[in-house]
Design a protein around this ligand. Structure first.
Ligand SMILES: [Zn+2]
Length: 291
């Protein structure tokens, strides 16, 4: 009997985590777009009332950080629960044993043999998710402010081809065009990052609960051309330890174009970068999954 599945089989098997995370992206993206479009509406309204452009970004963002944090916490919790359950399913039914023990210890009435309710699971996952969301939402709010400043400056200094300045109506139309286009790209990137992060966070929690000693960074089939992801593809770490620290430099694989990227955050699991499609797979000995 073959003990180790072929690498391509394992990739396809665990790639289900990335595929399911991607399937959630359109719905999450709509939520982010609604948030960003709300900011845009406030700016356009202020422009129509003759507000000073340089003060607009800051004012329009008041309360944004808190709203973003609440939105991301809810979405990430739901996605992490799905990631946890999916990872358990991928490991096999016996993999739910650890969660059942935890749920029992907490006095939970199991929804079905193997695990507690989604709500109990969400509470189990909440602390680490809250910590991550707090850190990233602050970072995302700062980036959003920078982008808004850029769009505002561009729109207000834009000149027609004949060198004329624009009327207030033209400024508002140009600003709306830039902000809406910018919002769409940003919403998609944020949605993909959040979804993939949360699925991996849930999966990692499952591995930890199941006593899986080590995890493996695995690129999925549609992420095999990224020089950075492929540089760490196959790397193994004790479960819960960091693959890299904020500021660490990663050299891309030469045959995929090389280059260097700097990690923005301490990284315990994927994503490595925006639009990353990597996942964490458990390193399980054959003796642990049989019998
Ligand atoms: Zn990746």
């Amino acid at each position: 009997m073959t003990v180790l599945a072929k690498v391509s089989d394992r990739r396809a098997h665990w790639g289900a985590l990335a595929h399911r995370a991607e399937a959630d992206v359109p719905a999450i993206m709509r939520g982010y777009q609604a948030l960003l479009n709300g900011v845009t509406s406030r700016i356009l309204e202020a422009v129509s009332e003759g507000a000073d452009p340089l003060s607009l970004a800051g004012n329009a963002l008041s309360g944004f950080s808190e709203t973003l944090e609440a939105f991301e916490t809810d979405i990430a919790l739901e996605a992490a629960v799905r990631g946890y359950l999916l990872a358990g399913g991928l490991m096999g039914r016996k993999a739910f044993l650890g969660w059942r023990v935890l749920a029992k210890a907490a006095g939970a009435v199991a929804m079905e043999p193997g695990y507690g309710t989604d709500e109990q699971l969400a509470n189990h996952l909440r602390p680490s998710i809250a910590a991550w969301v707090e850190q990233t939402s602050r970072h995302e709010t700062a980036t959003t402010a920078q982008q808004l400043d850029k769009y505002l400056k561009e729109a207000f200094t834009y000149q027609t081809p004949s060198g004329m300045g624009m009327t207030p109506d033209q400024v508002a139309a140009e600003l709306k065009r830039r902000l809406t286009k910018g919002n769409k790209h940003r919403a998609e990137m944020l949605a993909r990052t959040l979804s993939l992060w949360a699925y991996n966070e849930g999966a990692m929690a499952l591995y930890r609960d199941e006593g899986v000693g080590a995890v493996e960074w695995m690129a999925t089939e549609d992420d095999l051309t990224c020089p950075y992801c492929m540089a760490i593809d196959g790397a193994q770490m004790p479960t819960g330890e960091l693959f890299g620290l904020a500021g660490d430099e990663i050299d891309g694989l030469e045959e995929l174009g090389g280059g260097t990227m700097t990690l923005g955050f301490d990284t315990q699991h994927p994503p490595l970068h925006p639009h990353c499609r990597c996942i964490l797979a458990p390193v399980v000995l054959a003796s642990q999954i049989k019998g």
